[in-house]
Design a protein around this ligand. Structure first.
Ligand code: SAM
Length: 223
């Protein structure tokens, strides 16, 4: 199959996926962004043809690219706006970062932290192929946040923590929003608002399944 035909086929599959996700009540802005990001460039060649199935897929090192509907839900509840500065914990393939990068546009920026060096490289190469220049991937323990660029208007944590890491709460702007899965076997997606007086409100959005957040304020490597 020629490259043009290949691209058209993926475009069709991506449209179908976005239509499916629309049923979940996801906002227009997130749907439009997901309609643009080529998910097939964020998985290895051998599973490219499964890229537009609404399912998590393996990306090596026992990690996964999250299911598209989960990326959609997390981006939607964050109410991301153009020009925002966002911190992501758990870059993985770079796909979620790319969706957020589409929404913040050239005036905004995504700082994304990944603890596994080979995945940091994988994500960087995927983001380059897909043409995203407003994402910086940093190899680091994301439970510590990333103080050089703090505070952040939004935070998206894509692995499950034992509790909300204190450094992340500190590095969230007043008026900022964070979404984070919390729990070990039974996990819940928690939406955190930092209020103007520096206090926090938390809302439980329901049960989810994520790989563990491993680090100083996360789980130990061995779980
Ligand atoms: N957002 C990713 C994507 O779009 O492909 C999916 C992320 S995957 C479900 C979770 C990622 O979190 C893995 O790549 C894992 O290595 C990473 N991770 C786990 N603990 C971490 C930590 N303390 N700091 C940074 N990354 C971490």
């Amino acid at each position: 199959m020629g490259r043009g035909q290949d691209r058209l086929e993926y475009e069709e599959k991506r449209k179908e996926l976005v239509n499916q996700i629309k049923e979940e009540g996801i906002g227009k802005q997130v749907l439009e962004a997901m309609g643009k990001v080529p998910r097939h460039l964020f998985v290895s060649k051998d599973i490219k043809d499964s890229a537009y199935i609404d399912s998590p897929l393996p990306i090596g090192n026992r990690q996964t690219i999250s299911a598209p509907h989960m990326v959609a839900i997390m981006c939607d509840v964050l109410k991301i706006e153009e020009g925002m500065k966002i911190l992501e914990i758990g870059t993985g393939s770079g796909y979620n970062a790319a969706v957020m990068a589409e929404i913040v546009g050239k005036k905004g920026h995504i700082y994304s932290l990944e603890r596994i060096p080979s995945l940091k490289q994988f994500a960087e190469s995927n983001l380059k192929k897909a043409g995203y220049t407003n994402v910086t991937v940093i190899e680091a323990d994301g439970t510590l946040g990333y103080s050089p660029q703090a505070p952040y208007e939004r935070m998206c944590v894509t692995s499950a923590a034992p509790s909300i890491p204190r450094p992340l709460k500190e590095q969230l702007s007043a008026g900022g929003i964070m979404v984070i899965p919390v729990g070990k076997y039974m996990q819940n997606l928690i939406l955190v608002h930092k209020l103007d007086d520096g206090t926090f409100s938390e809302e439980n959005l329901g049960g989810v399944i994520f790989v563990p957040l491993i680090g100083k304020y996360g789980y130990r490597e061995s779980i």
